[in-house]
Design a protein around this ligand. Structure first.
Ligand code: HEC
Length: 194
């Protein structure tokens, strides 16, 4: 009985192997097209990523009103995440690959005191901005990066159009440490390069 069962299994082995090989071939062929995690609609607008909190967290700059004469351009926390495919590539090459998407999540300053001391503590989710590097979509933009904002709560948009170069890209190009990304403020990215 047992021997018959083992024989039966051996008979299907070639079929199992063939299936496994076909699966590997199909996956390799499909992978490049789905590599970029930046998704666009038919009008070329970036869709707001919904799963970015599962991506790789790189840092949190904050420019509070108190240190900016009461009127910071972005007084909230900026939590920055990079998509996991580009992170994997960045660790190997030290460069941001084509298709990279980096998001900046805006979170309000909540409490300014905790049992640990006075400071800035995160309040609530406010909004989302993003930048995407794509040679095919943004051939005329500096280093092929385009910039987007989805607005703030309660009016958070599902899609966003790319900004004109002078609105966002120019400042990034002038002052960011690596390929228009402010890696000087992201220890996670700096350390990944070492
Ligand atoms: C005056 C310069 C300046 C302008 C203009 C500017 N940024 Fe930035 N941006 C920064 C700085 C500095 C950081 C990093 C520190 C921080 O978040 O405060 C940053 C970070 C970012 C990040 C995180 C990734 C990165 O490159 O570090 C995104 C996304 C972003 N900005 C989007 C935008 C968008 C969208 C616009 C246009 C609406 C814009 N920025 C305009 C200076 C600028």
């Amino acid at each position: 009985m047992l021997i018959n069962q083992v024989r039966a299994h051996w008979k299907i082995l070639p079929a199992v192997l063939a299936f496994a090989m076909i699966t590997i071939v199909i996956n390799t062929a499909v992978a490049p097209a789905s590599k970029s995690m930046a998704k666009f609609n038919s009008k070329g607008e970036l869709k707001r990523p919904v799963d970015y909190r599962e991506w790789v967290y790189v840092g949190t700059p904050i420019t509070p009103n108190e240190l900016n004469n009461g009127k910071a351009a972005f007084p909230e926390f900026h939590n920055v995440y990079i998509d996991p495919n580009s992170w994997a590539s960045y660790k190997k090459t030290g460069e941001f690959p084509d298709g990279t998407i980096i998001v900046k999540e805006l979170v309000s300053v909540g409490s300014k005191a905790a049992v640990s001391g006075n400071g800035y503590f995160m309040g609530d989710f406010l909004g989302l901005e993003a930048t995407v590097k794509s040679k095919a979509r943004f051939p005329g933009e500096p280093n092929n990066w385009a910039y987007f904002t989805f607005g703030k709560q309660p009016k958070l948009n599902a899609t966003a159009k790319a900004f004109a170069t002078d609105k966002c890209a120019a400042c990034h190009q002038a002052s960011a440490a690596q390929d228009m990304v402010f890696t000087q403020y992201y220890p996670v990215l700096r350390d990944a390069k070492k």
